[in-house]
Design a protein around this ligand. Structure first.
Ligand SMILES: [Fe+2]
Length: 182
C-alpha cells in the first residue's frame, strides 16, 4: 500500500499537471513537499522497489526513485520535461550531449536533499547517487513516460538502444568503472 503522504502528493500532482502551467505548478508542489522531507523520505524508503511508478496518465507520470551510490544507470532520454525533488541523500544527474559519433559527457549535477530541479525534454542523463546513503526522490514527468518510444544510449558509441527495463538494467555500471566519476 502506498503511504498516505505519497497518495496525497499524487492527487495534487494530477491537478498540477493538468493546469495551464504544469511546470510551475509541479515545481511549486515539489518545493512545498520539501517541508516534509523526513516523512517523504520515510515513505519512499517504505516502497517495495527502488523505483515505483505510482501513477501514469496522459498528463504526467509519477515515480519514487531510490538510487545507489555505487551503481550508475545508463544514459537515456525522457522526451518530456521532468521535475525532481530529493528528500534524503543526493542524486547525481550525469549530463551528456549527443555528438554525431559519440556521447559527450558535459557535467555532473548533484541534486542534494532539499532541492528541486527540472530537466527539459532534450537532455540525456545517466543517474546515480553520492554520499553515504541511497538517494530518495520523487520524479514527475510531464507525460505518459512508459507509452513514449525513447532510447538508451551506448556508453561508448552513443548508439541508440531501445529503452526497455531489461536493457536499462543490463547497461548499468559500477561507479568505480565509470569514466565520468574519475
Ligand atoms: Fe531519467
Amino acid at each position: 500500500m502506498t503511504p498516505f503522504i505519497l497518495d496525497e502528493l499524487v492527487e495534487r500532482a494530477r491537478v498540477a499537471a493538468a493546469s495551464e502551467n504544469p511546470k510551475s505548478a509541479l515545481c511549486a508542489l515539489l518545493q512545498e513537499s520539501l517541508a516534509n522531507s523526513d516523512a517523504m523520505a520515510d515513505a519512499i524508503a517504505a516502497m517495495d522497489d527502488d523505483e515505483v511508478m505510482m501513477l501514469e496518465d496522459e498528463t504526467c507520470s509519477i515515480w519514487t526513485c531510490r538510487f545507489d551510490t555505487e551503481v550508475v544507470f545508463p544514459p537515456h532520454e525522457h522526451c518530456m520535461p521532468v521535475h525532481i525533488a530529493v528528500y534524503r541523500g543526493a542524486e547525481v544527474e550525469v549530463l551528456y550531449h549527443r555528438d554525431p559519433d559519440r556521447l559527450r559527457h558535459v557535467k555532473n549535477c548533484v541534486v542534494a536533499a532539499g532541492e528541486v530541479v527540472s530537466l527539459g525534454p532534450d537532455p540525456i542523463h545517466a543517474v546515480t547517487a553520492e554520499g553515504e546513503e541511497q538517494s530518495h526522490a520523487i520524479h514527475i514527468y510531464e507525460g505518459p513516460l512508459a507509452k513514449v518510444k525513447r532510447s538508451l544510449f551506448d556508453w561508448a558509441s552513443g548508439g541508440q538502444i531501445e529503452f526497455t527495463m531489461e536493457n536499462f538494467h543490463a547497461n548499468m555500471r559500477k561507479k568505480s568503472e565509470t569514466e565520468e566519476f574519475r
